[in-house]
Design a protein around this ligand. Structure first.
Ligand SMILES: C[S@@+](CC[C@H](N)C(=O)[O-])C[C@H]1O[C@@H](n2cnc3c(N)ncnc32)[C@H](O)[C@@H]1O
Length: 299
C-alpha cells in the first residue's frame, strides 16, 4: 500500500478525544504529537469553520505525510517540526501564549512501525535505529554497545518493566564481546535465548518489553513527557482541557501523578477513559490506550 497518512494510522479514541477537548469554532488547539494527522483532522473538522490547530511532530517523514493529509485545512493548521518538550518556547517564538486545548497521543505511529528501516519493530530484520527524530545523536545500537551491564539492566527494568532485565543484560554483554548487536532480529533472538522458555510471556513476544525500553531510552520519552507536563499548563486558558493518551503503565503513572499534583489543573474523572470494544476489534493497538484529561483552573 502506498504511504498515505489516512490509510496508515487510525487515530485512537478519536470520539473520546473530541468529547474531552470540546473543540469550538474559533478555538486554538495544539496537537503535541501530530503523527499522521488523524486527531488533528478530527479537531479541525469539529472546530470548523475557523478553529485552528498547531501540530508538533518530531519525525520529519510523519510531518510531511500529515501536511499532505491536511492540505485541505492548510489555512487552519500550522506544523512545527520540533519536540513537544519544547512546546512553550516554540509557541512563544510565534507569538502564542494561550491555547484552548492540548492533546498528546504518545508512542509510535503505525508509519514508524511499518518502516522496517526505522528499527522499531522486529517483524523484519533492520538496523536497530529507533530514533523518532533522525537528528538525535544516539540510536539503539549505540546504547547497546556502550552501556554497562548494569545500565542496560536498569533500562530494561525501568523502561520496559522487564523482570528478566538482569539476565538479558548479562547475555547481551557476553555476546557483544564477539559480535556487536546491530539488527532488530538479532536482538529479538538474543532476548529469546537469554530468557528461559518458562518465563516467555504468553501474549506478547519475549522481546517486546526490551524493544519498548530501548525506544524510550533512545528518545528520552519520559524526560520529554515530564517536561511537557510541567510546562504546558501555563499555556492553557481557563477551562482549556489537557488530554493525554498513553500506551503503557509507566507513562500513565507519570501523567496521573502530574495531573493530580498540579494546582493549576483539575482532574474531572479519576479513572482513565478506555477504547470501546468495537474500536479494539478494528485497531488492536487501542486495547492498551488510556486517555486522561485535566481542566485548567482560573488564575
Ligand atoms: C501515536 S503517534 C500520533 C498519531 C496521531 N495522533 C494521529 O492521529 O495520526 C505518536 C507520534 O508522536 C511523535 N512523537 C514522539 N515523540 C515526540 C516528541 N517528543 N515531540 C513531537 N512528536 C513526538 C512520533 O513521531 C509519532 O508520530
Amino acid at each position: 500500500m502506498a504511504h498515505n497518512a489516512a490509510n496508515l494510522h487510525f487515530p485512537v479514541m478519536a470520539d473520546e478525544v473530541l468529547n474531552c477537548l470540546q473543540p469550538e469554532n474559533g478555538g486554538l488547539y495544539v496537537d503535541g504529537t501530530l503523527g499522521l494527522g488523524g486527531h488533528s483532522q478530527a479537531i479541525l473538522e469539529a472546530s470548523a469553520p475557523s478553529g485552528r490547530v498547531i501540530g508538533f511532530e518530531w519525525d520529519h517523514d510523519a510531518a510531511l505525510l500529515a501536511a499532505d493529509r491536511l492540505k485541505n485545512f492548510a489555512d487552519r493548521i500550522t506544523i512545527i517540526q520540533a519536540s513537544y518538550a519544547d512546546m512553550v518556547d516554540e509557541l512563544v517564538k510565534i507569538g502564542i501564549e494561550g491555547i484552548d486545548g492540548l492533546l498528546v497521543d504518545l508512542g509510535v505511529s503505525s508509519l514508524q512501525l511499518d518502516q522496517p528501516e526505522r528499527g522499531f519493530s522486529f517483524r523484519e530484520d533492520a538496523p536497530l535505529d529507533m530514533r523518532m527524530n533522525r537528528d538525535l545523536q544516539i540510536d539503539a545500537t549505540v546504547i547497546l554497545a556502550r552501556s554497562s551491564e548494569e545500565e542496560l539492566a536498569d533500562i530494561f527494568y525501568h523502561y520496559g518493566e522487564e523482570r528478566q532485565a538482569r539476565r538479558i543484560a548479562a547475555y547481551i554483554c557476553k555476546v557483544r564481546k564477539t559480535s556487536p548487536v546491530k539488527t532488530t532480529k538479532q536482538l529479538a533472538h538474543l532476548v529469546a535465548s537469554a530468557v528461559p522458555r518458562r518465563f516467555h510471556p504468553e501474549k506478547i513476544h519475549v522481546a517486546t518489553r526490551v524493544f519498548q525500553a530501548l525506544r524510550i531510552a533512545v528518545n528520552r520519552e519520559l524526560d520529554n513527557l515530564v517536561r511537557l507536563l510541567a510546562e504546558a499548563p501555563k499555556l492553557l486558558r481557563p477551562e482549556a482541557v489537557f488530554c493525554v493518551i498513553t500506551f503503557h503503565s509507566l507513562e500513565d503513572r507519570i501523567v496521573k501523578q502530574a495531573f493530580r499534583k498540579d494546582e493549576r489543573l483539575k482532574v474531572v474523572r479519576k479513572k482513565p477513559v478506555r477504547a470501546q470494544d468495537e474500536e479494539i476489534a478494528v485497531n488492536p493497538r487501542a486495547r492498551s490506550a488510556k486517555l486522561r484529561s485535566a481542566v485548567r483552573l482560573e488564575g
